[in-house]
Design a protein around this ligand. Structure first.
Ligand code: ZN
Length: 129
């Protein structure tokens, strides 16, 4: 994934996290003040370029509303950024697959930015439940 794309996903996750914690207004203020200062303008432009369909934040927020478990998942996903493992399927990695074969498809991350696993592994997990 390109660095700009990673930045966009990170921003989306932080927005979701802020919304779930109830401090989204503060975060939006932060985002605005930094773009006015010219600091973070590139990443917000990039998000707009990706199209509003893919970044339907309202839709995403509906899905995660009132779900404490999701907040944990988002924290986990943000930790994966720090470890340089964001966008990789944890299950595939556990099976010993190289990172190039463990990537979660971008379309899936756009739908569920905090997804831990690729679609195949998610299915396997559900079957074993
Ligand atoms: Zn997988």
């Amino acid at each position: 994934m390109k660095p700009e794309e990673l930045t966009s996903f990170r921003m989306l996750l932080r927005l979701l996290q802020a919304r779930l914690r109830g401090d989204v207004e503060q975060l939006q203020e932060e985002a605005f003040s930094s773009s006015e200062a010219g600091g973070d303008q590139r990443s917000s432009n990039h998000m707009a370029e990706m199209g509003s369909d893919a970044w339907d934040l309202d839709f995403a927020l509906q899905l995660v509303e009132n779900d404490q478990g999701v907040l944990d998942e988002i924290s986990h996903a943000l930790k994966k950024f720090d470890e340089g493992r964001y966008g990789l399927c944890e299950f595939c990695l556990e099976q010993g697959l190289p990172e190039t074969k463990s990537r979660i498809p971008k379309a899936r991350l756009q739908a569920i930015p905090h997804a831990r696993n690729c679609v195949d592994c998610e299915r396997k997990k559900e079957l074993s439940r």
